[in-house]
Each structure stands twice: as structure tokens, then as C-alpha cells.
Design a protein around this ligand. Structure first.
Ligand code: NAP
Length: 300
């Protein structure tokens, strides 16, 4: 690792997972962390995955890698708060789920001579906060770097190596392209899950507890996505508006096509469609991104 002092700004699921992974390797890297509320700082102190500081300055000033682990909409403001305390040799990176808007906001507040290497680990769960973290979160997951052209290759290599040490496979991508790809693979599926659970909630008011009791028929898989952190997801949609609207437009068109096929009893169309979608699941398993076990390996 090229860094001997890593500062985590924000102490939730992603930050605690980074710290637990580094600590599990029993090296001499110093990890400091700061979160804006006393409650989160106290929770992090109890778990003891890093030295929890009570202000930005103590957390940042000696670090040579600073990782912004706050919601996407808070990145610019957080960058502004830490800027006065950054060491000249520090590299700043982040873990935000949206890249173009984060780059724009962070870059505005970045002190001259300090480089920003944006990153997005494609790893997470529906849980949040410091207690939700675990050391193996990033293992065999992708981490996408979206550095601007002005960042020297040696700086990018250091951040790449950092994520590789955490077990991730690292790729570089243009920020705009990242936001479009992620709106297909993550943002739109979450929005569809939020909607489906919202619909079922309305429906369950009519059918009492039946929606919950019979949820194993498929509904519960939507509820996992729909239980994700509300602030994080509000910020994702507000900050990736164009790509999200583009994909949702296409989704609505497809939905209408399927609706029409059902109304016209066009079984051939439905069959071909479902055969095509089934193949996608199989390619995810072949790529090692999920288990081949039926029902995601659940016992019941
Ligand atoms: P989390 O567990 O909810 O933790 C969020 C952290 O950000 C907490 O320390 C919280 O502080 C702080 N925070 C919240 N609002 C803030 C604000 N307005 N200003 C300053 N700090 C604020 O979140 P997470 O899941 O670790 O997500 C962190 C980042 O990782 C987000 O940008 C998200 O897009 C990205 N990400 C998440 C996932 C995932 O699945 N969860 C996956 C990949 C990337 P307090 O608790 O003190 O309020």
C-alpha cells in the first residue's frame, strides 16, 4: 500500500468496511475517521475500526489518502470543509454512487496541487451506519475509477492499487458513461423496487397481511433493494437525473410493450422476451457476480 495514513470522512457502511478490511491485514496503516454526528462517532468508537476524531482537522491533517464516504449530495460541501486541513501531498478519493456531479462539486473546492481520483466500489448492502460494515464487502467486486485527464498516471495507479488490496477488480471509465451504466444496473432497478414495494404497501392495506405472508413468491427480493438508505438514494436520483430519466423512459416503453402483449394474448412474444431475460441471469452467474444456487442460496 502506498499510504500510511488513511482518513475516512463519513463513517457508515462503506467507510467501516474499508477500515475493517485494512485492519484485518494487520499492517501499520493509521486510519482516522470523522462523522458529523456524535451518535455515529460513538457507534464507530465502540466498534473500534479506526481512531475516531471529533473534528475534520484532526482526522485529515496528516493523512495521505482522504476518502469521502458521505452521500453524493454532501460531497461538495464536505470537500469545502476539509480543504483547509489537507496536506499538500494528500490524494483525495471518494466512494459515491454517481460520478459526474460529484467530480464537478468536489473539483470546485479542491485546493491547488491536490489531486482527486473519483471511485465507486460496486459493493454494498441494504444496511447503513458503522455497524453495518464487514471486511469482505469489496472482495471480487468491481471498483470503477473515473479520473479526469489532468490526474497523473502515478496518482491513479496508487488509488487503483489501494482498491486491489481491498480485493476489488479495478477498471477506469469516463464519468458520464459510468453514470449511464449504473443507472441501468443499479439506479433504475432500485427505483422499480421502491415503486413495487410502494404499490404492494397500498395493496396490503386492502388485503391485510397477505402481501407479507406470501412475499417469498418474489416480492421479498424487491424489498431488499427498497430497504436501502433513503438519503443515499434521494441523492443518487437528484444527482444522476438525466441518465435516470433516460433509462426510465426506455423501461416505460418496454413495460407498455409487455402490457400490450398480455392484453393481445401474444404468448410467442412473452416467451421470447422471458427466454432473452433468463440468459442475462446466467451471464451474471458465469461472470462470478452471484451464486448459481436456486433462490440465491436461501435455505427455505
Ligand atoms: P451510510 O452508511 O448511510 O453512512 C453515511 C455517512 O455519511 C455517515 O457517516 C453520515 O454521518 C454521513 N452523512 C450523511 N449525510 C451527511 C451530510 N449531509 N453531510 C456530511 N456527512 C453526512 O452510507 P454508505 O452506505 O456508507 O454510503 C456512503 C457513500 O457510498 C455514498 O456516497 C453512497 O452513494 C456510496 N455507496 C454506497 C453503497 C451502498 O450500497 N450503501 C455502495 C457503493 C457506494 P452521520 O451518521 O453522522 O449523520
Amino acid at each position: 500500500m502506498d499510504f500510511n495514513h488513511i482518513a475516512l470522512v463519513g463513517l457508515g457502511l462503506i467507510a467501516s468496511s474499508i477500515a475493517l478490511n485494512i485492519k484485518s491485514k494487520k499492517n501499520r496503516i493509521k486510519i482516522t475517521g470523522y462523522s458529523r454526528t456524535k451518535k455515529t462517532r460513538e457507534e464507530a468508537r465502540k466498534i473500534n475500526f479506526c481512531t475516531v476524531c471529533d473534528n475534520y482537522e484532526d482526522c485529515i491533517k496528516e493523512a495521505n489518502l482522504v476518502i469521502l464516504c458521505v452521500p453524493v449530495g454532501a460531497m461538495g460541501d464536505t470537500m469545502e470543509k476539509i480543504a483547509p486541513y489537507l496536506s499538500k501531498s494528500a490524494i483525495v478519493t471518494d466512494v459515491g454512487s454517481v460520478k459526474e456531479s460529484v467530480i464537478l462539486e468536489v473539483q470546485k473546492k479542491l485546493p491547488k496541487g491536490v489531486f482527486f481520483v473519483p471511485a465507486h466500489p460496486l459493493a454494498g448492502t441494504e444496511n447503513s451506519g458503522p455497524s453495518a460494515g464487514f471486511a469482505s464487502l469489496f472482495e471480487n467486486r468491481w471498483c470503477i475509477l473515473t479520473p479526469s485527464k489532468n490526474v497523473p498516471i502515478e496518482i491513479i495507479k496508487k488509488v487503483k492499487f489501494f482498491w486491489e488490496q481491498l480485493g476489488s477488480n479495478v477498471v477506469e471509465m469516463d464519468a458520464k458513461h459510468h453514470d449511464l451504466v449504473l443507472s441501468v444496473t443499479s439506479h433504475a432497478p432500485h427505483l422499480i423496487a421502491f415503486t413495487m414495494v410502494g404499490v404492494a404497501d397500498e395493496f396490503s392495506k386492502v388485503t391485510n397481511s397477505e402481501v407479507i405472508n406470501y412475499s417469498a413468491a418474489g416480492f421479498r427480493d424487491f424489498t431488499r433493494l427498497a430497504a436501502s438508505d433513503p438519503i443515499m438514494w434521494r441523492d443518487v436520483f437528484l444527482n444522476n437525473k438525466d441518465a435516470a430519466l433516460e433509462i426510465l423512459g426506455r423501461f416505460t416503453e418496454e413495460l407498455f410493450t409487455l402490457q400490450k402483449a398480455i392484453r393481445k394474448k401474444d404468448g410467442e412474444y412473452l416467451l421470447k422476451y422471458f427466454e432473452r431475460t433468463r440468459k442475462i441471469r446466467r451471464s451474471i452467474i458465469s461472470a462470478g457476480q452471484d451464486t448459481a444456487e436456486p433462490n440465491f442460496g436461501r435455505k427455505e
